[in-house]
Design a protein around this ligand. Structure first.
Ligand code: BG6
Length: 493
């Protein structure tokens, strides 16, 4: 962990990502004493604003629902260590000016190294010039320099390679921290422990026991104002190619030699390399339409009227290795659905027929959000004078089991890792390369590069997705519970 003499410089300080995620996470770390003692934060963006306006923007999303005076006091302290510089993203003098500001803060250091952590909360169009200008003009000559960047890392294999190689001219892999914020989520980090610290789990983790796996992302709201960005990227690039694929790789990789970041990432890359490019026939696309008083995707003013951009996508990945051959991994994600939920659902095979017929399959569910939980659906004898098996669950709901623990925000965990120099939960260059190899052909088809663009199936705002979805999943072997099964409502609270 970097100790003293550290400045975090947030580029894009007036933007959405910075105010909603980066600053609240920095504050969370500060409040809990995780930041270096004399940390400074410097915001940088094009917008001209005074310190008061800067502080208003960067603390506006910090949660303090009960107006706790202790939190209010901490926010005031936090403001004092945070200053702002405005400037362009493409001209050297602006960056030299920023360096002068950094040096004026560093002039108060009592000797030792000078560490600078550059956080690029920026649109992809300026990643490369900012990366270069920072390296040329703002690099600390004694101490640690790190650069944190956020997706999108390109739009396909070629553009990703181009972006990576441009940035590599200025920054080494060791200095680079590519965020996929799903890797900072508690339940995603828990997969490693669940799998490798439990013999019972580990031995059922292959094609002999598992029938199919679903990794599902559902959001109950549409693009609402973000249509401009979204329409250029679509659901697959926004969520499947990064967040869900990251989850899949940890779920399916072999046991790493150690917890060292390169050992973990080596295993992730290895399993991803066993996945052939996705096929069109394995892909179901959807786009939401107006329903229940809510607007359709095409009603969003920031979206072109004839857009065929998918706001829902389900697709199946196959892993051609000894462990997983023949097991479908269904990734599905959608906006404007009926609920907010991200979960992994591992469905096991049927038990041997004979003494039991039509009993439900075991399912292991890891709920990433909301309300983290792990539960195993299993059959139990109906209590009483009855021998029938009924589906029940073994339930580990975090809120009940870990009552005193506050689960950190994904960004808090990741920024802390970057300060420590731990790359385990960041995306390595070759991981990105192989991820794009899997998705690029299907994306080019959707983009209309090989012919007419496919039309997504419409689904009503607030529904479960396109009506074709149930048949799609059933065809891949997913079986609903034999009995009507519903999660007891008390478990959710
Ligand atoms: C982002 C996507 O990466 O992840 C958004 O661009 C999406 O479209 C978001 O809403 C979801 O993140 P979370 O942490 O709210 O699940």
């Amino acid at each position: 962990q970097l100790k003293d003499n550290t400045i975090v410089i947030v580029f894009g300080a007036s933007g959405d990502l910075a105010k909603k995620k980066t600053y609240p996470a920095l504050f969370g770390l500060y409040r809990n004493g995780y930041l270096p003692k004399d940390i400074h934060i410097v915001g940088y963006a094009r917008t001209k604003m005074d310190d008061a306006e800067y502080h208003k923007r960067t603390t506006g999303y910090i949660k303090n629902p009960d107006n706790d005076p202790e939190v209010t006091a901490k926010i005031e302290e936090f403001k004092k260590l945070s200053t702002y510089v405005s400037g362009g993203y493409e001209d050297a003098p602006s960056f030299q000016n920023l360096t002068k500001h950094l040096e004026s803060i560093e002039a108060n250091y009592k000797g030792g190294d000078v560490n600078r952590i550059f956080y690029l909360a920026l649109p992809p169009s300026v990643f490369v010039p900012v990366g270069k200008h920072v390296r040329d003009n703002c690099y600390s000559s004694k101490g640690v320099n790190r650069i944190i960047i956020e997706k999108p890392f390109g739009k396909d294999l070629d553009s990703c390679r181009e972006l990576l190689s441009s940035l590599k001219q200025s920054w080494t892999e060791d200095e680079t921290f590519r965020i996929d914020h799903y890797l900072g989520k508690e339940m995603v980090k828990n997969i490693l422990v669940l799998r490798f610290a439990n013999v019972a789990m580990g031995s059922a983790w292959d094609k002999n026991s598992v029938s199919n796996v679903q990794i599902t992302f559902k959001e109950p709201f549409g693009t609402e104002g973000r249509g401009g960005y979204f329409d250029e990227f679509g659901m697959i690039r926004d969520v499947l190619q990064n967040h869900l694929l990251q989850v899949l790789s940890i779920l399916t990789m072999e046991r790493p030699v150690s917890f060292a970041s390169e050992d973990i990432r080596d295993e992730k890359v290895k399993v991803l390399r066993c996945i052939p490019p996705i096929e069109r026939k394995d892909t179901l696309l959807g786009q939401y339409v107006a329903a229940n008083g809510k607007p359709g995707y095409l009603d969003d003013d920031t979206v072109p009227k004839d857009s065929v951009c998918p706001t829902f996508a389900a697709t199946t990945l196959w892993i051609n290795n000894e462990r997983w051959e023949g097991v479908p991994f269904i990734l599905k994600a959608g906006k404007a659905l009926n609920e907010a939920k991200v979960e992994i659902r591992v469905q096991f095979k049927d038990v041997a027929q004979g003494i039991f017929k039509d009993v439900s399959r075991n399912e292991l569910v890891m709920r990433i959000q909301p309300s983290e939980a792990v539960y195993l659906k299993m059959n139990t004898k109906t209590p009483g004078l009855n021998f029938r098996a009924i589906p029940t669950e073994m339930d580990l709901t975090y809120k009940r089991r870990f009552t005193d623990t506050k689960i950190p925000e994904a960004y808090e965990a990741l920024i802390l890792d970057a300060l420590k120099g731990d790359h385990s939960n960041f995306v390595r260059d070759d991981e990105l390369d192989v991820a794009w190899k899997i998705f690029t052909p299907i994306l080019h088809w959707i983009d209309g590069k090989d012919g007419p663009r496919p039309k997504p199936a419409p689904y009503p705002y607030g529904s479960r997705g396109p009506k074709e979805l149930d048949a799609y999943i059933a065809k891949l072997g997913y079986k609903r519970s034999a009995e009507e099964y519903s999660w007891p409502t008390t478990s959710m609270s």
